[in-house]
Design a protein around this ligand. Structure first.
Ligand SMILES: Cc1cc2nc3c(=O)[nH]c(=O)nc-3n(C[C@H](O)[C@H](O)[C@H](O)COP(=O)(O)OP(=O)(O)OC[C@H]3O[C@@H](n4cnc5c(N)ncnc54)[C@H](O)[C@@H]3O)c2cc1C
Length: 388
């Protein structure tokens, strides 16, 4: 059985659905081929089930890519306000949680329902449980599945990255890019908890559950947010953010008392210079258990002003060398991907293979935590959808 469409979209996640909707509304005959038994599984589990669907403070600096300018065009033509307008058109209640992060009041299901409704209205055909066996390009693209053959002049790859294989992530997009001779920037897990080396693990990991506001920095990037101690290492927003920039065996620097001078009290000659006073001071800025534990390993050897100044520097620059990350099983995104040199920033179309498009996470554009990855999915999907 052969079916023909103006455009075929591989992958029914955030980017693929947005692309299909945009092209469908423009009158194109569009089909989405999805290998899972339902659309948008990642949307459903996103944002703790409430989907942080965009961020109103979205700037190109919130994205990591080998070409920092690449995302600008798509992001400027489909903004957070455009997506919010769609959410409002569907009467979905939402709120700003913090730092511009927009969440559903009820459930991520609202966002998926909205996208499915838009697909229906735009006459997009959806094929679920579709296993793609082969893609060739005799003239136009031919996609063979287990029980059908699809023909199209425009093929959009929206199959996402490698993170969370248990909800359907595959290397399909990268494999297809390679098949057509496109360069890949080797993927790595991003927005992922870090595993501490064995020494730090035995020193700190029994404090699992303790959290503190820190500044985490690496590779010239810094994030002031919460850090959480886990059973194997560190997590929490500050760590997830910095993890995308970290590559083994680099160090990560942690400021444990941002904007505070923990040894200030010792300028008063009446304050005794000893461990117990220092512990009290540190406890003002860190949870007691973490303050005590950290002090165990880092107390000053003497109580001179120079030694206290050294301690102060250390508090603001706790240097760790993680053993690794928790990998794709726990990563919220996959960094790296189809090299942006290969694609038009305006349309996401391959420069080498006309008619072949890549959108969303499979492209070498990775957002910070906080709704930026969905914003990239919507914006890049819309950019391609307008060009189909
Ligand atoms: C736990 C978790 C929470 C997250 N929370 C947020 C959040 O709150 N805010 C935010 O901005 N980002 C969040 N993200 C990141 C965000 O979900 C992704 O960046 C976004 O979904 C990427 O969209 P995409 O369409 O490119 O890929 P995906 O949404 O992953 O969609 C890819 C689709 O392609 C399908 N597919 C894969 N291989 C094949 C194949 N061979 N054939 C056919 N179909 C295939 C998949 O089943 C999937 O439906 C979260 C991620 C995770 C894992």
């Amino acid at each position: 059985m052969t079916k023909s469409f103006d455009a075929l979209i591989l992958g029914g996640g955030a980017a693929g659905l947005m692309c299909a909707i945009e092209a469908g509304w423009r009158g194109r005959r569009v089909a989405v081929l999805e290998h899972a038994d339902r659309l948008g599984r990642k949307i459903l589990i996103s944002g703790g089930g409430r989907c942080n669907f965009t961020n109103i403070h979205c700037h190109p600096e919130n994205f990591l890519s080998s070409n920092p300018h690449f995302a600008k065009s798509a992001l400027s033509r489909h903004t957070p306000q455009d997506f919010i307008a769609l959410v409002e058109k569907h009467g979905i209640p939402y709120h700003e949680k913090t730092l511009g992060q927009m969440f559903c009041d009820r459930s991520a299901r609202d966002i998926l329902n909205m996208l499915e409704e838009e697909c229906r209205a735009a006459n997009v055909q959806i094929f679920l449980k579709t296993r793609i066996r082969e893609i060739t390009r005799p003239s136009g693209f031919v996609v063979r599945t287990d029980d059908a053959e699809f023909r199209t002049p425009a093929l959009v790859v929206a199959t996402g990255g490698l993170s969370i294989p248990k909800v359907g992530a595959t290397s399909f997009g990268y494999d297809l890019a390679r098949q057509f001779g496109l360069k890949i920037r080797e993927p790595w897990p991003g927005l992922v908890p870090l595993v501490l080396n064995s020494q730090d693990r035995s020193r700190y990991c029994d404090l699992a559950g303790v959290s503190a506001e820190v500044i985490a920095s690496c590779e010239g990037q810094r994030f002031r947010e919460k850090m959480l101690i886990t059973h194997r290492g560190l997590s929490g927003p500050a760590i997830l953010q910095i993890s995308t920039y970290w590559k083994s065996p680099q160090e990560i620097h942690l400021d444990l008392a941002p904007s505070h001078d923990v040894t200030l009290a010792f300028r008063d000659p009446n304050v005794p210079r000893n461990v117990s006073s220092l512990r009290n001071e540190l406890r003002k800025h860190l949870p007691s258990r973490l303050a005590d534990r950290w002090l165990n390993g880092n107390a000053p050897r003497t109580w001179t002003s120079a030694a206290l100044a050294g301690f102060e520097r250390q508090v603001h620059n706790w240097t760790i060398t993680p053993a690794g990350t928790e990998g794709y099983e726990k990563a919220e995104v996959t960094a790296g991907g189809v090299d942006t040199d290969e694609l038009s920033a305006k349309t996401m179309e391959s420069r080498k293979v006309p008619g072949l498009f890549f959108v969303g996470e499979v492209v070498d554009v990775t957002g910070h935590l906080g709704g930026f990855n969905f914003q990239w999915a919507w914006a890049s999907g819309a950019a391609a959808g307008r060009a189909l």
